[in-house]
Ligand binder design. Sequence first.
Ligand code: MOS
Length: 714
Amino acid sequence: MSPTLIGQPITRLDGGLKVTGTATYAAEFQRPKLAYGALIQSEIANGRIVKIDVSAAKSASGVVGILTRENAPRFKPYPDNLTKNGAPGESRVPLQDDDVYWVGQHLGVVIAETFEQATHAASLVRVQYDAKPPLVSLADVSPVQPEKFIGRERLQAKRGDVNSALVTAAHKIEAVYSTPIENHNPIETTSTTAEWEMSDRLLIHESTRGIKQLQKIVANAFGLPPENVRIVCKFIGGAFGSKGFQWSHTLLAAAAARLVQRPVKITFTRPQMFDSAGQRAHTEQRFSLGADEAGKLVALRHATTTHCSPVSEYTEPCGNMSRMLYSCPNVEVSHQLVRLNLTTPCPMRAPGEAPGVFALECALDELAHKADVDPVDFRLRNYAESNEYENKPWSNKKLRECYQRGAEKFGWSKRNKKTGSIRAPDGSQIGFGMATAIYPAGQQKAGATAILNTDGTVTVRSATHEIGTGTYTAMSQFAADTLGIPIEKVRFELGDSQFPEAPNNGGSWLISSVAPAVMGACRELKKKVVDLAGNWPNDSTQLANLFSRSGQEQIQAEFNSEPNKEEREKFSFFSYGALFVEVHVDLLGQVRVKRVVGVYDTGRMINPRLARSQIVGGVLFGISTALMEGTIPDEKTGRIVNPNLADYHVAVHADTPEFDIDFINEPDPHMPDLGARGIGEIGIVGAPAAVANAVFNATGRRVRDLPITPDRLI
Ligand code: MOS
């Protein structure tokens, strides 16, 4: 038996393809007779279309067709389970009515021989509207109480009596935190290429992290059996939560392809990433916190107001971690939703946790400061030994160790609790801040196939995704490890809806969901082979004997895995972390994060190189959130005024601090065979709060509204 591959820092198996430009992304598939689509988009935020005049566009050079409501197919409505109860997507299929809900809404497609011709012709389309003033700000409309988040989690929760506890609390704070609209800005913009192979068979190359979901959506809309729609996506150039939901461009590309009887490609421009691919909604979060003399929390109220478009119920679930991250007898968490004329929001990396834990961890820092207790000590005094919201024990929680190891590595004891007391030689103020990170450790059912080929290699397949997190590499590790063969002999394939079903790539559950299926399929394959041959073939003679005995070209096994229901009901599964940062704030109010120490408990380590990369990326994303990102809608027109990377700032290499990322690496005993919990999203959680808390320590300024730009500090 070879030493285990699990836990090894294997380099990305697809790294070579990526750095040589040979990894093929959705927009790069060339098809014979390919035509290009440019979206016709609404210029108003609220109202109705009176008339779309396409005459000038029609006669522009290269135009081969124009799709609008007039000649659009009658799409069947989206299935309820994808639209109700705050599911991440829109309830309204495109081009079936004249209503306009936001600037940028898709009103049609101009199809031409080249992308440039299509774009030019789309600019010639004249739309007449019956416009109404748009609702753009949270204060514009009275809110409703949404019930659920993505069909399952309740958004309103209450235990004990917060008001009475606040009356007698020795220390309390009341504060409002806000986070702006943020947009997903992966390097790869969304792209789809749709092609009718026959009148009832559709092939779609799409940048999607939900190939099976998209297959069902498209099949449903066109009234086709799902197997007639094939979705292919071999690489995703990042998504951060976008590329998972039923935005209308896929249906429009398919309808356009049918209209012109040619393959049609629609690739979003950067500005379209701001109005056509989801966003994180603006949040306002009111906190009331109270603690007793001993610094023990007695009251916590977290009330969120956020927004959605008129055609969805998606609600950024800011308060969900506040229900259980700390021990507290009196807790109230609520969410209010207003419908605005802004594009439909959807999950963005750590949906809810990212803005919600920002507010929670800042509020905790404020209360610790008021009670004159060290922030780490304050968190230890309020350590939750069980999940008090679900009334369940944790599956495994090493958060205490994360605080302790992190504080030690960082040199937290050198922090001066007096704010604004340390200066660097250049006059910058230096501050230390910390925050807790937490993220649910979900698990879904998944399937995989393992195939032994005549050359002795093994192909493993699952309809999962490579979003940049290292799926090809990690799954090959599991397959090779289970089979006891070198990783070079394994080929893991993903991103094809014809493979066994796997869940959407989201919720940080890819490894914990798909790895059990991959291991299961490999175990079954090994058993089959050993039953046939007595052992796994070690050389070409044994291999030839095996295949002549089996009489087949391939030996194949399948496996469908499911989360262990009993364990899932008994325990509460989360990943945890403690994050420490050092910031320097210069005389102009510019904040630089210099140093980050993060210690995480994400269960068993699968691949430390990939894991570190996820956390570093996530924390940097959090720094970006803390200091730079913010989408600005114009209050009068509802137009986004900064839909580009010149005006919407994201952290770049020059903003990258020194990182020391460490893992507890203790297998979760209640995740049989695997022990690994999610790692994809926890990195961003807590990072904005750690930065804001460090800025407070550096300057004495408590900035409660993100991003912390210089104007908010001076
Ligand atoms: Mo996450 S945005 O739930 O993949």
